[in-house]
Design a protein around this ligand. Structure first.
Ligand SMILES: Nc1nc2c(ncn2[C@@H]2O[C@H](COP(=O)(O)OP(=O)(O)OP(=O)(O)O)[C@@H](O)[C@H]2O)c(=O)[nH]1
Ligand SMILES: [Mg+2]
Length: 920
């Protein structure tokens, strides 16, 4: 029987023995059955086997020693009681040759494995015989404090593991959410808390162990037993270059994991590629695939950290991601688990900002000050270690050497006194003892604040400003019309609840979101009527940036005014047609009777007295230039006249000849067809109406909106390796050329744009406009001049330029009638177009396409000559949503390449791909 049993039952050695002894022992082991006791009644106590909780067994504390200790296996170590069912015989490696020791006081098992799976006791292993089979689960549980716990419900999903239950989470439980932070920051608890928690975490982690000899945590040292050693001489400790450059670097060293495998592979299993989804350790940046993440990070008591990184400070560049769960964790874990981990990640002590790394007005913060700063009604957003300046009077807050980035609560007693050069301003204007930056000066000028000579302004928190020494408040900065928009354009902050005057053209999300460089900025500029406004509106529709109620109301007035304007043009032309008709009639009578006889004065263009009166009134209002002020109020009164007019035969006869009317814009037809509806007082403009509406512009010729591209799967054919990040935000600023001032001086206010989108109307080549001296100039030449001034403006020396050749649909029509050579700049355009009805348009491009390619090359050469840089070109019809989307996606690509160029300055590949995908 014993022999049979030996065959079926695995031998498990309770203690570690040398390999060669194992076989002999196994051979000699005998099995026997325990039978129920049936002997006489016992009077004495039978000794009972008491289960041992091995967590209670004292174990060795970590020793900090020199690197040489690591290899000294002869050191006495306390052997732990180990889990008995795994391969115990293999001698542990001391240091993996594949891995690099970065900081070795973390919780590693005897083989370099993070110890998340180590404390699986016999009971749990019997429930989950095979860890690998059941897949990664939090059930290998480490308690939130870093202690391990058993998860009896292994394999069950959706249930909160015991190790995650609130009652068992003294540090990070949901009922304690934020408590860690408050305890940590609370001045009363300074001594008691400090970094104790992280110590306890890591020391408890030391007690972990596990025996998966085949697995190791790459980037972390293998630990021979439960005792690990710190290697202070390790060269693998990498100092982080961070914002904290002049802060005390001794305070904090950052540790970066070294990837054991090839680029893009998982740090643990070394499988996968760049495209494999991975979770990143917020301390050491190690990246794990979905198969390894739970094993490497355990129950994540402090969020997404390798088990060895628990208790350590996070990589500050990852602070903004704290508490923001990745898709991978959501897929791997139950909702409650994810929520708990994210809560812990945000609130645990180890992840809080260290006050000693934050300087305000050149003074290091104390814990009280940091507490005050973070708990004030309007704290700095996404604060991270670094040097800041703070104007206590106005609440303006910024990074040392930079313009303000936020208006926080005023009058906080934090940091030292503000320095004159805190924001590195180079103007002669001071605000509250600080020399302001150029952007702030432009903002003041736009807001109408007088800034002459060396003005010193005092600005209070509510924006009230006065000149130094004059007890006289001149106005309130934050109440000025258009201030929010201009601040958004200049990347300057406004107070969180400042009023937004209507029609400023800036969505609120953006105004509140002006973190330093969190947005990519696109500047859209072009000659009058080139279509910038249409493209801006189209982008709002395509990227779902809704028009506010105020905007819709003002657009409604504009559309109704425009309608009356179109009607006025038609009515004026009707008079001319009527006149022509009467002259013709008279001529015929004279011709027939050879004398001036009586003629019938009625023609097909004649209208009745009622409509005539309306027509006279309207033409008079237009002539006096009062249309815009009259119509909104008179719309209700005159709506019935519009209806009557539209049904009138004479008006329809005029309308039918609209193609002869040069003054009537093409877009008029769109609204005239619906004149009756548009004239009604209850008319509500649709998005399409807004798109077609002429004259929609925002205050001071500036419009701004923030958007992001919709979350779509990357197009692998188009862009191998490109992953669209839906979190990337873009700010589109449209500026009217008349706002730029002489020599485009005001372009300087766009110093932080990333890409300039220059819009050219393709049909301008035969059109003329007056320049500022009243001289007629070809509009394409005028466009070229504006382009030259923009491209060579010092502000844009390093900027990327994308040329949008707009109105392609209109070019297709026009080029059939008017040759491109009408414009002197294009006099060598001489396309040879072979007519082959069977050939596709790609092999035989249309005349319009050839013309637009030719124009693109002209601009590219010009740009190259002017700047020695590459110009990107996109062809578009602004009224087509897809076209506009394409143009902006191209701008996004250009931005991406710009980034790559910065990372890899000599990247030839990127420039070739630019050429290849350029639409021109
Ligand atoms: N058919 C067609 N019309 C366009 C296109 N782009 C713009 N338009 C029309 O051209 C006219 C001028 O376009 P806007 O977008 O107002 O031009 P702008 O650059 O804002 O010029 P300003 O009015 O001076 O601000 C409008 O009537 C538009 O509807 C286009 O691609 N195709
Ligand atoms: Mg316009």
């Amino acid at each position: 029987m014993a022999g049979v049993l030996r065959k079926f039952l695995p031998i498990q050695s309770p203690i570690h023995v040398e390999k060669e002894d194992d076989d002999d022992k196994i051979k000699n082991l005998e099995y026997s059955f325990a039978l129920p006791y049936s002997g006489p009644l016992l009077t004495c106590d039978v000794p009972q086997a008491v289960p041992i909780d091995f967590r209670q067994i004292p174990i060795a504390s970590p020793a900090i020693g020199s690197g040489s200790l690591l290899t000294d296996v002869s050191l006495p170590v306390v052997q732990p009681i180990v889990k008995s069912h795994r391969k115990l015989s293999k001698k542990p490696n001391l240091v993996s040759d594949r891995t690099v020791c970065l900081e070795t006081d973390g919780g590693m098992d005897g083989n370099g494995m993070p110890c998340e799976a180590s404390r699986v006791d016999d009971s749990s292993s019997s429930l989950c015989a095979n860890d690998d089979e059941r897949g990664p689960k939090l059930s290998d549980g480490i308690q939130s404090s870093g202690r391990l716990d058993f998860f009896s419900g292994c394999g069950s999903s959706g249930e909160l593991p015991r190790s995650l239950e609130v009652s068992e989470l003294p540090d990070n439980g949901s009922e304690n959410e934020g408590r860690d932070f408050y305890d940590y920051m609370n001045p009363a608890n300074y001594e008691s808390i400090g970094s104790e928690s992280s110590h306890s975490n890591s020391s408890e982690i030391f007690s972990c162990q596990e025996e998966d000899h085949n697995e190791e945590a790459p980037g972390h040292v293998r630990r021979p037993s439960i005792v690990t050693f710190r290697d202070p001489e390790s060269n693998d400790v990498v100092d982080n270059e961070s914002d904290v450059s002049n802060t005390d670097s001794s305070v904090h060293e950052r540790h970066i994991a070294v990837r054991p495998g090839k680029k893009g592979t998982c740090y643990r299993c070394m499988k996968g590629s760049r495209l494999t989804e991975k979770e990143v350790c917020i301390v050491c940046d190690a990246k794990y695939c979905s198969d390894c993440v739970i094993r490497a990070m355990g129950s994540m008591p402090e969020g997404r950290k390798c088990v060895t990184c628990i208790g350590k400070r996070i990589d500050e560049s990852r602070r903004k991601t704290l508490g923001k769960c990745s898709r991978m964790l959501k897929q791997l874990l139950a909702v409650v688990e994810v929520e708990q981990i994210m809560r812990s990640e945000r609130s645990c002590v180890a992840n809080q900002l260290p006050p000693e790394l934050i300087y305000v007005n050149r003074q290091r913060l104390s814990k009280q000050e940091l507490f005050l700063l973070l708990t004030c009604p309007n704290p700095p957003k996404k604060l991270k270690p670094g040097n800041y300046w703070y104007d206590k009077v106005s609440g303006l807050w910024g990074k040392e050497g930079h313009k303000p980035c936020q208006v926080i609560s005023p009058q906080l007693t934090v940091g030292g006194h503000i320095q004159e050069g805190a924001s590195n301003g180079n103007t002669s204007i001071m605000i509250n003892n600080r020399k302001i930056t150029k952007a702030e000066l432009i903002m003041l000028q736009w807001a109408g604040v007088k800034c002459e000579g060396a003005t010193h302004l005092w600005v209070s928190a509510d924006g009230a400003y006065q000149e130094e020494g004059m007890n006289n408040i001149k106005g309130k900065l934050w109440n000025k019309t258009g201030i929010k928009l201009i601040c958004a354009v200049l990347s300057l902050p406004t107070p969180p609840n400042s009023v937004s005057p209507s029609g400023e053209g800036v969505n609120d999300v953006m105004a509140n979101n002006l973190e330093q460089k969190t947005l990519y900025k696109l500047l859209l500029v072009g000659l009058e009527k080139s279509g910038t406004c249409t493209i801006f509106k189209q982008a709002r529709i395509v990227y779902s940036v809704p028009f506010s109620e105020d905007e819709r109301q003002s657009i409604k007035s504009i559309i109704q005014c425009n309608l009356y304007g179109y009607l006025g043009i038609l009515l004026e032309e009707r008079e001319r047609f009527e006149e022509e008709c009467l002259i013709d009639k008279r001529r015929k009578v004279v011709h027939r009777h050879n004398s001036l006889g009586q003629i019938d004065c009625k023609t097909i263009y004649s209208i009745g007295p009622k409509l005539k009166a309306f027509s006279d009134w309207l033409l008079q209002v237009i002539a006096s230039g009062n249309l815009e002020s009259m119509i909104p109020a008179a719309a209700r009164e005159y709506a019935p006249f519009v209806e009557e007019l539209w049904r009138d035969g004479a008006f329809q006869a005029t309308y039918n000849r609209r193609n002869e009317l040069e003054l009537l814009p093409r877009v008029a037809t769109y609204f005239l067809e619906r004149a009756v509806e548009v004239a009604r007082p209850d008319y509500q403009p649709s998005d399409m109406d807004i798109l077609y509406a002429e004259g929609f512009s925002s205050s001071k010729g500036l419009s701004s909106m923030e958007f992001s591209f919709p979350k779509v799967a990357p197009d692998f054919c188009e862009n191998i390796g490109y992953q669209h990040d839906p979190l990337l935000r873009y700010q589109l600023i449209r500026v009217h050329p008349t706002t730029l001032g002489g020599n485009c001086k005001r372009l300087e206010m766009f110093e932080d744009v990333d890409v300039v989108l220059f819009c050219v109307s393709l049909i301008d080549y035969d059109e003329f406009s007056e320049d500022k001296n009243g001289v007629l100039i070809n509009k394409m030449i005028a466009s070229r001049q504006l382009f030259e001034r923009t491209a060579t403006h010092p502000t844009f020396e390093e900027k990327k330029f994308l040329l949008i050749l707009n109105k392609f649909d209109l070019l297709e029509e026009k080029i059939q009638q008017v040759p491109l050579t009408q414009c002197e700049w294009f006099d060598d355009f001489n396309p040879v177009i072979g007519y082959n009805p069977n050939s596709s348009s790609s092999t035989n491009p249309s005349l319009a396409r050839r013309a637009s390619q030719y124009i693109a090359v002209k601009f590219k050469r010009l740009f190259r000559d002017l700047t020695d840089r590459k110009l990107y070109v996109s062809l578009a019809t602004g009224l087509e949503p897809d076209n506009v989307d394409e143009a902006f996606k191209y701008a996004r690509e250009v931005l991406k390449w710009k980034q790559e160029e910065l990372n890899y300055p000599n990247n030839e590949l990127s420039s070739t791909s630019i050429e290849a995908s350029s639409s021109s």
